[in-house]
Design a binder for this molecule. Sequence first.
Ligand code: ADE
Ligand code: ZN
Length: 315
Amino acid sequence: MYDWLNALPKAELHLHLEGSLEPELLFALAERNKIALPWNDVEALRSAYAFNNLQEFLDLYYAGANVLRHEQDFYDLTWAYLLKCKEQNVIHTEPFFDPQTHTDRGIPFEVVLRGIKQALVDGEKQLGISHGLILSFLRHLSEEEAFKTLEQAVPFRDAFIAVGLDSSEMGHPPSKFQRVFDKARSEGYLTVAHAGEEGPPEYIWEALDLLKIQRIDHGVRAIEDERLMQRIIDEQIPLTVCPLSNTKLCVFDDMRQHNILQMLERGVKVTVNSDDPAYFGGYVTENFAALHASLGMTQEQAKRLAQNSLDARLV
Ligand code: ADE
Ligand code: ZN
């Protein structure tokens, strides 16, 4: 089944490039950039990957990103992810990057963008993987800081297709960024947002009504609100679901409790994605395989999930 799932052509629509930083590359970049790490070796770092919630993960994720300093580092990070895509027959990817994670450490916006974009362009040419890049705002930071980031992005208008919203969800509702998203849409960007990962269904309503998003990232808590379920079914609004992430971050206690197949069978346009594969134990095929192992996902269901991912592309 693993090989069959691996061979299925698919798109990945929810992937944080910083979350694809494998411990081996993290250590190699630390050495190249002469950065001292608080972990003795790769195994010690990996054993720190045990999280009780989103925030515990984010603290480590931002610490890990500190080794990314130069354009080549961002290129290497992105290229390593694209090689995984090739291996797993991901034919199209729409990755996120978090510019503020880097600009707040004094890394120029264009250094981050140039490294990532060059790898994505090379990936199209050399690996045949198409892409659309998404700039994601950190929601734990202010509206003003998001506006500043958008301003930095506009001169590179054609490098991105959309803006998104990620980081600590609770206490940072989509409404906080309504004006930033209005401005982004007026600049011609499409919009997506993380909503209903840890946060309540109300945050999904806000993301739809105020941020006018094309896709909901996660969205698994939509199932708690029947009126919302009806809307996302009627309007066929895609959900980019990340099963291994949800169990690693305790959104569900166990994969057997995951609601993705229940949603699929109700007609929700759900897709399977890896979120932060280096931290959560697998890339997109491993996520499909976990659904087969724990929920009995059939080949017919896997085909529909993969087709949804191709249909839900922004580009
Ligand atoms: N940043 C990286 N992964 C994330 C996630 N799962 N939720 C919110 N922000 C993130
Ligand atoms: Zn995410």
